[in-house]
Design a protein around this ligand. Structure first.
Ligand code: DGL
Length: 257
């Protein structure tokens, strides 16, 4: 393949649903002239309740699909998949760069160490070894961890009433108690305003920007940045749900649920 074709190959990005749109949005700010294939695996949502092995198998199939589509890099826009499968995938598919997200707890360590902090994430993320190492490394000893079981699914469905009910139940008790909230699931930035309504004014921490700058660096270091000026975003949903596509592009252009 000539150099031109090589650098203008697409970037694959995936999540268990449309939540990864919050990562793609940040990526587009850094890398507006790339081709993207976004894979929403809504057939398998939630990843958060699955075992590490199940997540690794699911993610392998997605990576293989991206490789068939000749992707030059892959972004895991899902904390649960990153926490449970990134090392496995990097070993198995060593030839393609795989960029992963993680809960932005290091950002708290760097910027707001002294404040009470709440980390919201899925069960699969919180129980993972990777997350626990992160927690040990940057622990400010004023941190609460909340497994938000079912929340990503409700966000995916756009079920506002259920979202408010779940948030009230799960995080209502932290109102006035915490100053920092780490959004440890890529679906959660879509309901940031609702979280703030329940919990009061807080500072949010989100790993998406870090993923975008890291991806840009990886492409630059490997001389793989696109030379074309036209952006393209292809959306694929594993359950072939047309509604997902509309919601995805809606969120890509505007903001919250
Ligand atoms: N968006 C995914 C994450 O960042 C998870 C949702 C799920 O449980 O599938 O963790």
């Amino acid at each position: 393949m000539d150099k031109q074709k090589q650098v203008n190959r697409p970037i694959g990005i995936f999540d268990s649903g449309i939540g990864g749109v919050t990562v793609l949005k940040e990526i587009l700010k850094e890398l507006p002239h790339e081709k993207y294939i976004y894979y929403s695996d809504s057939k398998n949502i939630p990843y958060g309740d699955k075992s590490g092995k199940q997540i690794q198998n699911i993610c392998s199939k997605i990576v293989e699909y991206f490789l068939e589509r000749n992707c030059k890099a892959i972004v895991i826009a899902c904390n649960t998949a990153s926490a449970n499968a990134v090392e496995f995938l990097r070993k198995k598919y060593a030839k393609v760069p795989i960029i992963a997200i993680e809960p932005a707890y290091k950002m708290v360590y760097d910027n707001s160490y002294n404040e009470e902090t709440l980390i919201m994430a899925t069960k699969g993320t919180i129980e993972s070894e990777r997350f626990n190492l992160l927690l040990q490394k940057y622990n400010n000893h004023k941190t609460y961890i909340k497994e938000c079981v079912g929340l990503a699914d409700k966000i995916e469905e756009g079920n506002e009433k259920e979202i408010i009910r779940l948030l009230t139940e799960e995080i209502g008790e932290y109102k006035g108690k915490v100053k920092n909230v780490v959004l440890g699931c890529t679906h959660y930035p879509l309901i940031q305003d609702k979280i703030e309504k329940i919990i009061g004014k807080v500072q949010f921490f989100n790993g998406a920007k870090g993923v975008a700058t890291h991806l840009k660096e990886v492409l630059k270091n490997n001389n793989m940045q696109s030379t074309e000026k036209n952006q393209n975003i292809e959306f694929i949903d594993s359950s072939k749900n047309e509604q997902k596509k509309n919601r995805f592009f809606y969120f890509l252009e505007c903001g919250n649920i």
